[in-house]
Design a protein around this ligand. Structure first.
Ligand code: NAP
Length: 617
């Protein structure tokens, strides 16, 4: 790890002022309404480039044990863990043409996961697969998703190119009716929602974008028919072309070096520079990661989770910039926990943060030859204000003659699009192709979006109830009045850098609940008091991040500068503690959410009981 000098109090004061000015420069009165969903724009933005259009099929009207909404890693893991509990008929429904979720859609050039592949790819122990690179390319990750689905026979019942539109609880039969945009209306004893958080492509609502006469698309719908080549490059269709990229988040950082290789000229329209830390991708041999030993992958991902959660470990197995940055905090956390002195913690945190950001800014200076370009690429905000990114290719790309950085901070982004290009600061940049690396709308997938209507007992609409009272769950999974509905995601559940790990623990939990309900012939539904207790714990022990986000540069983390963290609260003590809490709860209190069925028989196949439950009714 680079040795860094702690900044002096004077330097901290200067940084605070600089960060404030930069925030002011970027903040927009229209906040999140500066964007529009790709669906609202013309069809080609959202269309599926990989499926070749939805195949004709008859509407499905049958009955399954479990319907899973979403075929990304959350849904796949739910399916796999349910199969592990002996569940026969699991039907996963997804808008994409196959499994993979974010890795199905995002196939842009240079796409990689920036979490180490040996901890990111789930079920490596179960499938025997060992990734060959420290950071896997997207296609390898997508194939692994399909591999797990195949291993557990999840294709058999799956419905692709299909969006679930409503879930309705049939009180008499005690089953869910699942309706879709393909006219399906099938029954499921249980429903698991695994709809992800960042799945709807988002575009800036720019004047004139429809008039652009060149070619344009969002990075999650990359048009290789136009560019040629594939995720590894070779985009011969871009030879001699002027290509503009809007957006310099994790996607933009991966795309720009690839475009620089193949396009005639690349204009990078930047509003806020990312922190771009060292990547160090390399081939890894199985013995480097201890693969082959029983449970090696489980052990490694647990180790990563502990390190990034600030928990003690004997050895940091992954040892990359994620874990090293977490170590910054780790050295502060023990004293904070012991003394509970928040003021002292925040002061120490600011020092560590400033040292980290100085290191990133020094990296820009070392890598970028032109001082003016280097200055524009320096991020001026605190490290946790935006998601960190990692690349060894991004900064050097700006040393090429065919790459131009266009800073748009003073005009709050691109001003407008014309038939022939993009206007910034009154100057038009002529383009043949305009690529939007502008990310995804937050909170517009799944139940909270309103796109998936959920009607529970007594005709209660989940979203209406939550709009009135705020979201109510036990552990994020179950809600009173909505029997046999299991929700995955970070809402009142756990959040974590390595979200596939969190999802796998959620899948194990959901499958255990289903197995227990089947063993007891019961419904899964938490009593109101259990939700009350859980919400009280989250409210009492949850951290107050508001002060931090209020001072951050705008972005989706803080509702475009509105000061509140974006998204619902998660369990405050980290994923390691949450997983332990769930394990204990399953052993001691699972019976709390089981209540007798009134309907004489469930329509599904009887499942193999594998979980012993203490009955509490
Ligand atoms: P993103 O992080 O939301 O970044 C969007 C970019 O578009 C930002 O740089 C934003 O600037 C810019 N932008 C938006 N409107 C603009 C305008 N009008 N003019 C100029 N610039 C504009 O999106 P993303 O990079 O696609 O990432 C999406 C999510 O996927 C993130 O959570 C990311 O971490 C994740 N991801 C992960 C990996 C991985 O390896 N694990 C890879 C790629 C993406 P501002 O910052 O100024 O708003």
């Amino acid at each position: 790890m680079t040795t860094r000098q702690d900044p002096s109090p004077q330097e901290l004061a200067r940084l605070r002022e600089r960060y404030r000015q930069e925030r002011e420069r970027r903040i927009r009165p229209d906040g999140a309404s500066q964007y529009r969903g790709a669906d609202a724009a013309s069809g080609h933005w959202a269309a599926d480039p990989w499926a070749g259009g939805p195949a004709e099929r008859e509407p499905v009207r049958d009955t399954v044990d479990v319907a899973v909404v979403g075929g990304g890693f959350g849904g796949i893991l739910a399916g796999a863990r349910l199969r592990g509990q002996g569940v026969e008929r699991v039907r996963i429904v997804d808008k994409g043409g196959d499994f993979g979720g974010t890795w199905y859609w995002n196939r842009y050039p240079g796409v990689h996961c920036d979490i180490e592949s040996h901890v990111y790819l789930p079920m490596l122990d179960e499938t025997g697969y060992v990734p060959e690179w420290k950071y896997a390319p997207g296609e390898e990750i997508r194939r692994h998703a399909v591999r797990i689905a195949e291993r557990f026979g999840l294709h058999d019942e799956a419905l692709f190119s299909t969006e679930v539109t409503s879930l309705t609880w049939d009180e008499d039969a005690e089953v869910w009716i699942v309706a879709t945009d393909r006219g399906d209306a099938f029954r499921a004893t249980y429903v698991v929602t695994a709809t992800g958080t960042l799945s709807e492509p988002k575009l800036p609502a720019l004047p004139g974008v429809e008039t652009f006469a060149g070619h344009t698309f969002h990075t999650s719908r990359w048009d290789y028919a136009y560019t040629g080549g594939g995720p590894d490059g070779g985009m011969t269709g871009l030879a001699g072309k002027r290509v503009g990229v809007v957006g310099t988040g994790a996607t933009g950082v991966q795309v720009v070096p690839m475009l620089a290789e193949d396009a005639g000229h690349v204009y990078v329209f930047q509003r806020t520079p990312s922190t771009v830390d060292v990547r160090g991708n390399r081939r890894t041999a199985a013995e480097d990661v201890g693969a082959g030993r029983d449970g090696w992958a489980r052990e490694r991902r647990e180790n990563f989770l502990r390190v990034v959660s600030g928990e003690p470990v004997e050895q940091d197995l992954v040892a990359d910039r994620w874990t090293q940055s977490a170590a910054l905090l780790e050295k502060l956390l023990p004293s904070f926990r012991r003394q509970g002195d928040r003021g002292a913690f925040e002061a120490a945190y600011e020092v560590a943060d400033a040292a980290k950001m100085n290191e990133i800014r020094a990296r820009v200076e070392q890598a970028v030859a032109d001082p003016d370009t280097a200055e524009k690429l320096k991020p001026w905000y605190r490290y946790a204000c935006k998601r960190p990114t990692f690349s060894d290719l991004y900064y050097p790309a700006f040393n090429r003659d065919n790459v131009t950085l266009v800073d748009t901070a003073d005009t709050h982004g691109i001003e407008r699009v014309t038939a022939s290009g993009v206007v910034v600061g009154g100057q038009e940049y002529a383009l043949d192709c305009l690529v939007f690396a502008t990310g995804f709308s937050v909170g517009v997938s799944g139940i909270l979006s309103g796109r998936l209507a959920v009607q529970g007992r007594g005709g209660a609409q989940l979203l209406h109830l939550w709009a009135a009272q705020g979201p109510r769950t036990l552990h994020g999974f179950t809600s009173h009045g909505f029997p046999n509905l299991l929700q995955m995601g970070s809402l009142q559940n756990a959040a974590g850098v390595n979200f596939t790990h969190v999802l796998d623990e959620q899948a194990v939990h959901a499958a255990a609940l289903v197995a227990a309900a089947e063993a007891e012939g019961a419904l899964i539904e938490p009593p109101r008091e259990a939700e009350d207790d859980w919400l009280a714990l989250l409210a009492k022990e949850g951290p107050d991040h508001e002060w931090f986000h209020a001072e951050c540069t705008p972005g989706y983390y803080n509702r475009e500068g509105k000061g509140r963290p974006n998204g619902p609260s998660a369990y405050p003590h980290g994923a390691v503690a949450f997983h332990e809490l769930l394990r204990r709860w399953r052993e001691e209190s699972l019976g709390q959410v089981l209540r007798p069925r009134t309907s004489p028989s469930a329509p599904g196949t009887p499942l193999t009981p594998q979980v012993r439950v203490r009955r509490t009714w």
